[in-house]
Design a protein around this ligand. Structure first.
Ligand SMILES: *[C@@H]1O[C@H](CO)[C@@H](O)[C@H](O)[C@H]1NC(C)=O
Length: 206
């Protein structure tokens, strides 16, 4: 595929996802927005995509089969937008497989979806014709380590432990609430509808 067309395709996908992430998880989006703003304040850093709040992106070219895995280094409560592309028959292979939910989902070329990659076991089905077909993917993510580094006031755990043990203990105690705080930033459908200006009328709902 022509390089510029490919670059444009990713740019479009990155922007599209930034917008839908904000709709489906507005409070988590704000957390990402705040994180990337603070990272941008560090010398020598710049965003991958102007409108995307994800600090990292990864291109898997021609990865035909992925075994089930979780991405434990990602932000545990974070989302990973993924776009699938390439010439392959999505009815015969290349499905997204979510082991925890016993789900296999067809994902034709150009499909974008988001999963909580650190928590949910994911993989994809083999291609029907691995010689002639290719399936690649483009993913954006936030490594948990970046957030830890910010929460430490711009230091690694090791540095803080060795140089400021009192502050290290304080931050560690605060971090023990990270999972509840993180999950608390996910939105319910009611909240999303309200955010969009279409609150669900509980009395009318059947
Ligand atoms: C997102 O971050 C930018 C700075 O990078 C800020 O100007 C903007 O107000 C933030 N948006 C929200 C909704 O918090």
């Amino acid at each position: 595929m022509d390089f510029f067309r490919l670059a444009f395709f990713f740019l479009k996908k990155a922007h599209l996802f930034a917008a839908s992430f904000r709709i489906w998880a507005p409070r988590l989006w704000e957390h990402y927005n705040d994180t990337i703003k603070r990272l941008e304040g560090c010398p020598g850093t710049s965003r991958n995509f102007d409108s995307s709040v994800f600090p990292c992106a990864c291109l898997n070219l021609g990865c035909t089969v992925c075994c089930f895995h979780r991405d434990p280094r990602n932000l545990p409560y974070g989302w990973n937008p993924v776009t699938v592309f390439g010439p392959f028959d999505h009815r015969e292979g290349g499905h997204i497989v979510l082991e925890d939910f016993n789900l296999m989902i067809q994902a034709p070329h150009g499909t974008s979806y988001a999963i909580m990659g650190a928590c949910v076991s994911h993989g994809n089905a083999p291609l029907a014709d691995p010689v002639r077909e290719h399936r690649s993917s483009f993913t954006q993510y936030m490594p948990g380590g970046l957030r830890r580094w910010l929460d430490n006031g711009g230091a690694t755990d090791k540095y803080l432990r060795e140089n400021d043990p009192v502050e290290f203990k304080r931050v560690q105690a605060w971090k023990s609430g990270n999972w509840e705080r993180g999950v608390g930033m996910l939105s319910t459908l009611d909240e999303v509808m309200e955010w969009l200006g279409h609150p669900v009328d509980k009395d009318q709902a059947v």
